[in-house]
Design a protein around this ligand. Structure first.
Ligand code: AOS
Ligand code: ZN
Ligand code: ZN
Length: 388
């Protein structure tokens, strides 16, 4: 069985943005393991990211993190990316690695520090103008560790003011995307802990401000697909940071821990009009490869997303709707599960070959010798690591 032309053409609409930081070394607070051939600069990170696109056709853009990916000439970086067949994507700001930000950034009590954090975001927007990026993604580490440590209401008000100033500088074709996270690094309260807070903040800004949903940023047993449905319903689901979590913000390979959850999420994205040409919800990865090779780790990730998207596209919505109308609980659930349990791997292999891609991108990349080549070439310099 091959995919229907409808499913095949819907699959062609899929584009997944890769995080530049996935190609640098990372680990836990206990140890960061290096790999031979790890990129030393943003140019090498982009060259590695381009490999993922080359072998899968799924990852045409790369997100940057500032200042980790700071360069002197962004036009040159953009040209370099284009020469490698990819584009520069979302610009991620960083207000969590500077001594000044110990007690917060956009929500800080001290005007000087708040000014510095706002200016950093304005600089990120200048960079977006040069890289041609659409989205500024803001994730704030702001929060407190102890009850009474600071006035939560005052922090919320200051954050709103800071965001307003940043939003005022966002171009007509650009968007501000605000990510939320339940905890970490702050352990009593985060200033943007949940989708409701992110929604309230971006709704106050305007149309070009939306929410970023990182799948690893929720309490255990949260129904994430419900949040996806609600944000799409409200027209505010700007993007995903996809990854897998077993315990906290694990940043493991998407679809590894719970493929069924990924399937349920994608079903809602399609249902809500956020998928492909229908909408503008960006699919991004936010992952770190602590012990596995990074490029194959990213290849596996985008393939996992594609596999669950194919299954979600197979859902018989007409039959599902009639079962729902009939109130036939078990038939409705059975139809849903049938789509999830469909093995699409052979069809995807055929789909790829028809488009000039390798049937098995993991094997083709392994055979390409790229990892051995970069291990040999990239001698000297300092390997990029999480935070650089
Ligand atoms: C942090 O937990 C968030 O997921 C952010 O998206 C962050 O910018 C990214 O993970 C890089 O550290
Ligand atoms: Zn994230
Ligand atoms: Zn995270």
């Amino acid at each position: 069985m091959a995919f229907s032309s409808h499913v095949a053409s819907r699959l062609e609409e899929q584009a997944i943005e890769l995080p530049s930081w996935a190609f640098g070394n990372s680990g836990t607070r206990f140890r960061v393991f290096g790999t031979p051939g790890t990129p030393r600069d943003p140019f090498e990170k982009i060259a590695d990211a381009a490999q993922v696109h080359k072998f899968t056709g799924l990852a045409p853009s790369v997100a940057l993190h500032i200042p980790w990916d700071k360069v002197d000439d962004y036009a040159e970086l953009r040209k370099h990316a284009e020469a490698h067949g990819v584009a520069l994507g979302t610009i991620n700001s960083n207000t969590f690695q500077d001594e000044d930000y110990k007690l917060g950034s956009l929500a800080h009590r001290d005007d000087r520090i708040r000014r510095k954090a706002i200016d950093h975001h304005l600089e990120c927007i200048d960079i977006m103008d040069e890289t041609g990026s659409r989205d500024l993604k803001i994730w704030l580490a702001d929060g407190t560790n102890y009850a009474g440590q600071d006035d939560m209401r005052g922090r919320q008000d200051r954050m709103a003011e800071s965001l307003q100033e940043i939003y005022a500088r966002i171009g007509e074709q650009q968007r501000l995307v605000l990510e939320y996270k339940i905890f970490e690094p702050a352990f009593y309260h985060m200033d943007v802990p949940d989708w409701g807070t992110s929604y309230a903040q971006v709704a106050a800004l305007g149309e070009r401000a939306t929410v970023c949903l990182d799948t690893g940023h929720h309490a255990p047993s949260t129904n994430i697909e419900f949040i996806v449905m609600q944000l799409l319903r409200l027209g505010k689901l700007g993007s995903f940071d996809f990854n897998s979590r077993n315990y906290a913000d694990d940043d493991l390979i998407v679809g590894a821990a719970d493929p069924f959850q990924l399937f349920r999420i994608i079903v809602e994205v399609i249902r809500g009009g956020g998928y492909g040409k229908d909408g503008d919800t960006a699919f991004m990865l936010d992952q770190c490869h602590n012990i596995e090779d990074k490029i194959p780790g990213q290849i596996r990730s985008v393939l996992n997303v594609q596999e669950m998207t194919a299954r979600a596209l197979l859902l018989d919505r007409e039959a599902l709707t009639s079962a729902q109308v009939e109130g036939d609980v078990l038939t409705a659930n059975g139809i849903f599960m049938d789509a999830f349990y469909t093995d699409v791997r052979a069809d995807l292999a055929e789909y790829r070959v028809e488009r000039g891609l390798p049937a098995d991108p993991m094997a083709a990349f392994a055979d390409s010798g790229y990892l051995a080549a970069i291990a040999e070439e990239r001698v000297g310099g300092v390997q990029a690591g999480w935070g650089a």
